[in-house]
Design a binder for this molecule. Structure first.
Ligand SMILES: CC(=O)SCCNC(=O)CCNC(=O)[C@H](O)C(C)(C)COP(=O)(O)OP(=O)(O)OC[C@H]1O[C@@H](n2cnc3c(N)ncnc32)[C@H](O)[C@@H]1OP(=O)(O)O
Ligand SMILES: CC(C)C(=O)C(=O)O
Length: 501
């Protein structure tokens, strides 16, 4: 048996069935070209009979794409097949994908038919499509819930009628991986002529088993996997391309099967599809999720920094992601902080690192997303000269219809001084209280408040410019509490005034 797995991408057909994900023809061409660059073997471009727009898209994709096979879906209905054939007239390699439901439910409760009639319609559809193209794929819809004996008869009949690929979809995402694997094995062992066709999987993710079922199918003889980028598709979605491809690559030693996919294009294709279809990728999505190569807890970060393979089974660059991310959170340890500091150009002694780490933990408990700006401020704080005047305590009472009042305690060269003041705002009240303790004739010339990054949990940065004896002094403060940041900025500037003798 061949060790090459054909990748059949149905992002533009099954993926596009997702409500809100419809693309126009220009966007579909962009995705099709990206799929071509990615190296998929077959692009299912649409269901041409469904609308003039979908027909047009299949025509234009056929013109735009050079080497992958372009596939058009149909029911086992002559008109559908005629229209599909027409839409494929510019395809360098065209495939008609026709089929019909084979499960008890579909035969009796959807098609109001009998197994015998369904068998005839299946054979007839394949023969009809065969008049147009050599490459005909047949799908036995809801094969996952189809009795294996009947399925084997249908598969044998459609291969005899000329089907070159036979698709065994788990349409409702019902099968267990063992059941799906056994289904494929049963067909491989019981269908006469099975080796004349490629057996394909098309698994849905209703129970989160789409990829597991696809792999089980491949392990039992399927050599085409029908997949979508980011696993998008009807209901809970389809098997995701990136998962199947990376399973084949990462576990080649066990499975011995290759795809023709250029895995380095995976991430960019995922982003493209997500953006065009307005379909965000869940952060923990395997391979392409924002956190797929991000480490946030101290023990993992330490392990990854010592050797990436301690916690990573794939190299992120293999899927087009530049590098693993070490995210700083309240669960991070010194190793991660030190690593980030080094990347930022700081080499701290062990003692200094401990000091910054303590401050970092306090900040991280209050702020989810710690960025380089935050770290720079912490390092700045920890490495600053000892200040003579320090803010020891600050409490502010403020609110709508309340006169703001601030209580301040300063530590001046080891001695504590308290003051209380009201003001027209909390910052004004706090600065006035400070001024009651520090009797210097200073005026604030400039007061600039800025959120460093984003979000209401962000650090506010304050820049203050004060004037004293015709000279200007600058002060900076940063804190998640903007009043504290303002007082710190004021004191920073005051600490720079010439010491009075
Ligand atoms: C599992 C899958 O994902 S299959 C692909 C799903 N994608 C789509 O359905 C999108 C495209 N579909 C469409 O645009 C429309 O449904 C069309 C054009 C195909 C048909 O539209 P309508 O003629 O209005 O039929 P409608 O959608 O209401 O019902 C589907 C009909 O097709 C029949 N049918 C369903 N599947 C098949 C099949 N594989 N082969 C033959 N007939 C089928 C149904 O039994 C039903 O027939 P009935 O009206 O005689 O009961
Ligand atoms: C048309 C077929 C292949 C399908 O999408 C399904 O069965 O899920």
């Amino acid at each position: 048996m061949s060790d090459r797995l054909f990748i059949f991408d149905t992002t533009l057909r099954d993926g596009e069935q997702v409500p809100g994900c419809q693309l126009n023809t220009v966007e579909k061409i962009e995705v099709a070209k990206a799929l071509q660059d990615l190296g998929v073997d077959i692009i299912e471009a649409g269901f041409p009979v469904s609308s003039p727009g979908d027909f047009e898209s299949v025509v234009e994709i056929s013109k735009a794409v050079t080497w992958p096979t372009i596939c058009a879906l149909t029911r086992a209905v002559k008109k559908d097949i005629d229209v599909a054939a027409e839409s494929l007239k510019y395809a360098k390699k065209g495939r008609i994908h026709t089929g019909i439901g084979t499960s008890y439910y579909h035969i009796h409760h959807k098609l109001n038919s009998t197994p015998e009639v369904i068998m005839e319609r299946a054979v007839e559809a394949v023969k009809y499509a065969k008049q147009y193209v050599e490459d005909v794929e047949f799908y036995a819809e809801d094969a996952g819930r189809t009795d294996n004996e009947f399925l084997a008869k249908v598969v044998e009949a459609v291969i005899k009628a000329g089907a070159t690929t036979v698709n065994i979809p788990d349409t409702t995402g019902y099968c267990l991986p063992t059941e799906f694997g056994e289904k494929i094995k049963f067909l491989m062992e019981n269908v006469n002529g099975i080796h004349k066709a490629v057996i394909s999987t098309h698994c849905h993710n209703d129970l989160g088993m789409a990829t597991a079922n696809t792999v089980a199918g491949i392990m039992n003889g399927a050599r085409q996997a029908e997949v979508t980028i980011n696993g998008i598709g009807e209901r809970a979605g389809n098997t995701s391309l990136e998962e199947v491809v990376m399973i084949m690559k990462s576990r080649y030693q066990v499975l011995g099967i290759e795809t023709g996919v250029n895995t380095k294009n995976i991430y960019q294709t995922s982003r493209l599809v997500s953006t065009l279809m307005n379909m965000p990728v869940q952060p923990n999505k395997a391979i392409v999720g924002r956190n797929a190569f991000a480490h946030s807890s101290g023990i993992h970060q330490d392990g990854v920094l010592k050797n990436r393979e301690n916690y990573e089974i794939m190299d992120p660059t293999e899927v087009g992601i530049n590098e693993s991310a070490i995210l700083l959170t309240a669960r991070s340890g010194r190793a991660a902080l030190k690593h980030r500091l080094e990347l930022m150009g700081f080499e701290l002694s062990k003692e200094k690192l401990d000091e910054v780490y303590e401050k970092f933990l306090k900040l991280a408990d209050n702020k989810k997303d710690i960025r380089d700006d935050d770290i720079a401020l912490l390092v700045g704080d920890a490495t600053q000269q000892e200040r003579r005047i320090k803010l020891d305590f600050l409490q502010v009472l403020t609110g709508k219809k309340l006169e703001p009042v601030a209580i301040v305690r300063l530590d001046i060269a080891g001695e504590k001084f308290d003051a209380t003041s009201s003001g027209n705002g909390p910052v004004d009240a706090a600065i006035k209280a400070v001024k009651q303790i520090i009797h210097r004739q200073v005026t604030i010339e400039e007061f600039l408040v800025q959120a460093i990054t984003r979000g209401s949990d962000d650090i506010g940065k304050v820049h203050m410019q004060i004037e004293y004896n015709d000279s200007i002094f600058h002060g900076f403060g940063a804190h998640t509490d903007i009043v504290t940041a303002s007082v710190e900025a004021y004191l920073d500037a005051v600490n720079k005034l010439p010491v009075q003798v």
